[in-house]
Each structure stands twice: as C-alpha cells, then as structure tokens.
Design a protein around this ligand. Structure first.
Ligand code: 0PR
Length: 402
C-alpha cells in the first residue's frame, strides 16, 4: 500500500468492522469477567499512552505508580510488606509465579499440583516452563479434593496452586488446607485470585462469608490478582504479588544499558504499558475501599436476584450455589442450543464446560437480568416445543446501537 487512507476512510472501516462487537454500555454482556473501565481510568490511560515501563530513564514515574499499586493490592490481600509487579493479566502472573517456584527448587522433571478447575494459563505455564501439571479432581463443591492433593505430592512436587474464584463458577479452593500441605512438605503455594482478589476482601468487609485465601495464611507465597476484572482498570492490568522480596529476585534480568544505577526487569514482557498501571493507580485511589465495597455489594445483590429468579424457573438449575458473583446455569434442554438462541437474541453469553456462565459485573442491572430471564424462559419453551425462534437475527449488531 503506497498511498495511505484518509482518516475518514480509516474511521469508516473501523466503524463497519466493529459493528457487531458488543460494548459493555449495551448492558447485554453476561459472559465477561471484565467490564467497562472506570471513566477516570480511561482518561488517564489515554493521557499516559506513550509511557513505557521498560524505560525507567525516560519515564521515572512508572516505578512509583507500580510500587504504589503493588502496595495497595498487597495491603488489601493482608500483606504487611508487599512485593510484586504489574503485569498484563492473570496469565502472565501465573506464568511468573510458576517460573519463581521452579527457580526456588531446582530439580529435574518438576511437577506442579493444581485443581482441574485451574485456568488454562497453567497449561501454558507448564508448556513454556517444562513442568508436569498434575491436575486434581474436584469434590462435590467444585473445590480441589484435598485428600487427592495430599496423595499426589511426590519428591518431584515443587508447587501447589489453589484458585480463589474459579473461571467457571467463582469457587474458592480450601486454601488453608492447601497451605497446611505446603507447609508440611515445604512447597511453594501460589493462589490464583485473578478474579476473586478484588471481590473476596470486600465480601468480608460487607459481612458475607468469605473464605481465607490470602497472605494471612503464612505459607501462601504468591497471589495473582487482576485489576482489569472487577477492578475496573483498563486492559492490560494484572498483578503478581509475593510474600517475600527474595522471590522477586528469581526472575531478575539486568537491563543492558550503561547507567550509574543498575536497572532490572522481572516480568515476561519487555516494553510494557505504563498507561494501564497509572490508570489502575488512579481508579484504586479514587474509589477507595468504600467505592469497591459498593461495587462488590451491587454485584452480589444482582447475583442473589438472578439466583432467586432462576430457582423459580422450570427446566433450569444452578450448577452450585455461587460463592461470589459468578453463576453457572444448567438447562434440561440442549444447553448449546439455548446459548446459541440467546446469542441470536443479542445476549453476550458463552458456555463454560456444559453450563452457561453468567458473571454479574458492574455494567449489569436488575432490568437487564429480568430481560435475560424472560428471554431464557422463551428460548427454552421454544426449544421444548420445536418452535423456530422468530426473533432470529433481530438483535445482531447490537453492540453500538443499544
Ligand atoms: N486465572 C483465572 C482464575 C481467570 O479466570 C483468568 C481469566 C486468568 C487467570 C487469566 O487472566 P487473563 O485473561 O487476564 O490473562 N479468565 C477469563 C476467562 O477465561 C478471561 C476473560 C475475561 C475472557 C473476559 C473473556 C472475557 O470477556 O473467562
């Protein structure tokens, strides 16, 4: 392409191509663990777009904001002396945690024990870092089966992983029991709280039952937590937190520039955005614990509303009582067909395993949930009666227009 397109042409193409994308503003996204970022976060993100975390010489403020976010998140997760890094999300945080765990205990053919419900980023970590991922069955509460974890520990085991807010159902593994096993066997314990890390602490403050999962437990070595999920920060915003400074040094690489003070990088990425780090800082500072309590409270109220309405419906049942704002829904009729029909009616829905996963995020309202339930009832009835759905395609491309 020799001659470039005009701005107008470019904008037209983008507008055309993104027509069918959903927007959080349209209020019909039920499947996502992300939400529309807070308006202050969006503003800061745009203003700081050129800042690069990898260049402390040009952008010395980056490390200040990173440090502050790590301190705020660490304090929230019961650390008295927080250490860690801002990363691109839960995937990178989990990879770094496993990288550190392997460096902690250098043995051949290492194994890591994780629940079957662990996010697939653990499979990526296993493939990248060359450890065997031993996946453990879940108990009837969809938590990792502790007896089976104990039975799986061998001399090759380097780490245990627990999930605090599983991707499918928001279930929290029995982290205190995992912590005991880690302590007895001198193992590294990583908690993937990518989703739950910014929900559970506020649940506790709101008086809900919130299981222990964080640095309160002495053998938790690291925690992944994602501000770009319930934290309302712009993507990419993840964080890996460590109990101890020494863990940070395991993935330390010296920058190859000649300077008076030595600089290091510890994360997977080289050039990496600082805009999302400063935006995260801004959103956390602006909302404060009070703001987050109110967001989490609303999400949990919506969850309660959805569940009570679901229980009134025929041909539908909850996979399990939700721990937090994630609900799994099973249907008596073919769930793949249900999800397909709901998508045709303009709902942003996905299946997880063999159920519909609804994540009750801040962009949703009681009104949306009522509409969702009405549509779900109609879709199920239509499938039962073999009626072709008349509203087929009506809501396609709703992303911008809703
Ligand atoms: N750990 C857990 C427990 C997760 O649920 C996820 C993401 C990760 C780690 C990885 O985080 P990153 O994707 O930030 O690297 N789980 C979501 C999921 O698989 C990711 C997502 C979010 C997908 C929003 C779609 C979407 O619209 O559902």
């Amino acid at each position: 392409m020799d001659k470039g397109l005009s701005e107008k042409e470019i904008l037209n193409i983008i507008s055309e191509k993104t027509k069918k994308d959903f927007t959080y503003d349209c209020g019909r996204i039920l499947s996502s663990m992300c939400s529309k970022p807070h308006r202050l976060g969006i503003r800061i993100y745009t203003e700081c777009i050129e800042k690069n975390m990898a260049d402390p010489f040009l952008f010395p403020s980056c490390s200040y904001f990173e440090r502050e976010v790590v301190e705020m998140l660490g304090e929230l997760l019961s650390s008295r002396d927080p250490h860690g890094f801002m990363v691109s999300g839960g995937t990178e945080a989990n990879i770094i945690a496993m990288w550190v765990a392997l460096k902690e205990r250098r043995i051949s053919n290492p194994e890591v024990i994780a629940p079957k419900s662990a996010h697939f980023s653990m499979d990526k970590a296993s493939s990248l870092l060359g450890f065997r991922l031993v996946k453990i069955d879940l108990n009837h509460n969809f938590q990792v089966d502790i007896g089976k974890v104990e039975g799986a520990v061998t001399e090759k085991t380097v780490a245990l992983v627990g999930v605090a807010g599983s991707t499918g159902l928001g279930v929290v593994d029995p982290i205190p029991e995992l912590a005991d096993i880690a302590m007895e066997n001198n193992l590294y314990l990583h908690v993937d709280a990518a989703f739950g890390g910014l929900v559970l602490p506020f649940m506790e403050e709101l008086g809900y039952d919130a299981p222990d999962f964080d640095f309160k437990l002495p053998s938790v070595c690291s925690i992944a937590v994602d501000p770009h999920k319930v934290g309302l920060a712009p993507i990419p915003s993840g964080c890996i937190l460590f109990r101890d400074q020494s863990y940070m040094e395991k993935t330390r690489f010296k920058l190859s520039y000649k300077t008076r003070e030595t600089c290091f990088q510890n994360t997977v990425l080289g050039t990496r955005p600082c805009a999302s780090v400063i935006a995260t800082w801004a959103v956390l500072k602006h909302l404060g614990r009070e703001g987050f309590r109110s967001i989490v409270s609303n999400c949990l109220e919506l969850t309660r509303f959805l569940c009570s309405e679901m229980k009134k419906l025929r041909a539908v049942k909850l996979v399990t009582e939700p721990t937090m704002n994630i609900v799994g829904i099973e249907t008596d009729v073919d769930v793949v067909e249900v999800a397909e029909q709901m998508r045709k009616r303009g709902w942003g829905l996905t299946l997880y395993d063999d159920y519909i996963r609804v994540v009750l995020m801040p962009h949703l309202s009681v009104e949306t949930i009522k509409n969702f339930i009405n549509d779900l009832e109609t879709v199920i009835k239509n499938i039962e009666r073999g009626v072709k759905d008349e509203s087929f395609g009506k809501c396609q491309g709703q992303g911008r227009s809703c």
